[in-house]
Design a protein around this ligand. Structure first.
Ligand code: PLP
Length: 425
């Protein structure tokens, strides 16, 4: 009975299909995470492959329902730039957005046809632009006038390149300033007046073929009305065959978070486009975190427990594997992998790094935490692996895909040799 109650207590923060197994332990993708920790070591990123696929299919189905067949779902790959993830989403028929030459190389390696790739960036180098053109990247999103000039030079005489223009609609959704991108003052895209001048220049270009407008107003957005406001703001820039409305759908980082459903988010964007811009438009959307965040959890091993004014449960990772709490004050939850029922002692989950800010979860509730426990933080599938770093000489964790009870390492753990691999002395 107690176990049955615990099973129902697992929230939507965990990957789809997660459960508490007969041994009372968290299971992700059919794999017991305590066993995974024993087998692969910690910290480790564990990803439920079927969760990635299910969310990709949900986005595609919702876009087809609300927009018909002239829609395109792009994986905003900065959230999880890992060859295995690119491969999964390429197989699921998504297109892909890359922000740099490095992400482009990974997307190609992961099997995305170049024609289904969009290249973004406010500071693309001429070399990155040449690489993208040479690779046959389908669409390059022009961010500013210098970018436009550099791209025109990168396209060989006689050739053409499909482009979109990134615009700033001047809409500020209610999300953290650091992940808000569509406001009047932002480093991304052109304001509406400059956009008009850029549109004129692009229309006059014989190498750059302007397909339409792009915007991304920010991330972790829960109120859908902002997306409509943004579409209204760009409507008077002209009539274009294609629009890319970026990403932005928020996700649940804690059990209390209730983001809109994928279907409601897609419907809001598709309806705004149909009603404001017209029924015949090609519509692209670029979900990042909404595809990957909840598919992943991070496993740590508890190293020490210090009961003082606060209780600090210190683990073997930290800001080298999850930078978001320190960058944006992002809030996560944590649990001991074999004692998951709600409640427990109030603790701070601290990392191992030499920074006071290296606290992964403040005010977590943990049941009797002790050294040796496997501790899990859910919803780390987005920007965990992507932002991982070697601060304090900590090797980056592996990525482990789980499906139907089988696990496979898709990114191996770094070694101390890797840490010195670029040293020339
Ligand atoms: N598109 C662009 C241009 C972005 O910069 C981002 C994220 O920063 C995304 C899409 C994905 O956003 P989200 O993770 O909010 O879906």
């Amino acid at each position: 009975m107690a176990r049955a109650m615990a099973v129902t207590a697992l929230s939507h923060v965990y990957p789809l299909g997660s459960r508490i197994n007969e041994a009372g332990r968290l299971e992700v993708g059919g794999c017991d995470v305590v066993r995974l920790a024993d087998e692969y070591g910690t910290p480790a990123y564990v990803v439920a492959e079927d969760d990635l696929r299910a969310r990709a299919r949900n986005f595609r189905a919702a876009l087809s329902t609300h927009h018909g067949e002239s829609g395109e779902v792009l994986f905003a790959s900065k959230a999880f730039p890992c060859t295995a993830a690119y491969r999964v989403f390429a197989e699921e028929g998504l297109s892909c957005d890359v922000a740099t030459g490095g992400e482009l190389a990974l997307a190609l390696r992961g099997g995305f046809p170049p024609a289904r790739i969009y290249l973004h960036g406010n500071a693309k180098s001429p070399a990155e632009l040449r690489e993208a053109v040479a690779a046959g990247v389908g669409t390059i999103v022009v961010d500013n006038f210098d970018d436009l000039d550099n791209l025109a030079e990168a396209v060989p005489a006689g050739a053409t390149q499909r482009v979109m223009l990134r615009v700033r609609p001047g809409v500020k959704p209610s999300t953290h300033d650091f992940i808000s991108t569509g406001q009047v003052d932002s480093k991304f895209g052109l304001g509406l007046d400059d956009a008009r001048a850029a549109i004129d220049r692009l229309r006059a270009s014989d190498r750059l073929q302007l397909a339409g407008l792009h915007m991304h107003i920010g991330s972790q957005i829960f109120e859908l009305a902002s997306f409509r406001k943004a579409v209204e703001a760009i409507a008077h820039l002209g009539d274009f065959p294609a629009y890319n409305l970026g990403g932005g759908l928020g996700v649940a980082y804690t059990a209390q978070d209730e983001p809109p459903a994928i279907d409601a988010y897609v419907e809001a964007k598709a309806t705004a486009v149909r009603e404001i811009l017209g029924a015949d438009k090609h519509l692209a959307i670029e979900p990042g975190r909404a595809l990957v965040a909840n598919a992943g959890v991070t496993l740590y091993r508890v190293m020490t427990v210090k009961r003082d004014l606060s209780t600090y449960v210190s683990v073997d990772g930290g800001m080298s594997d999850n930078l978001r709490p320190m960058l944006y004050g992002a809030v996560y939850e944590a649990a001991i992998a074999d004692r998951l029922s709600p409640g427990g002692e109030l603790c701070h989950v601290a990392g191992k790094h030499c920074e006071s800010s290296d606290v992964i979860v403040r005010d977590a509730h943990l049941h009797d935490p002790r050294p040796g426990d496997v501790l899990v933080t859910p919803a780390t599938g987005a920007y965990g692996h992507a932002m991982a770093n070697n601060y304090n000489g900590v090797p980056r964790p592996p990525v482990i895909f789980c499906r139907d009870g089988e696990s496979r390492v898709v990114v191996r753990r770094e070694t101390y040799e890797d840490l010195a691999a670029r040293d020339l002395v």
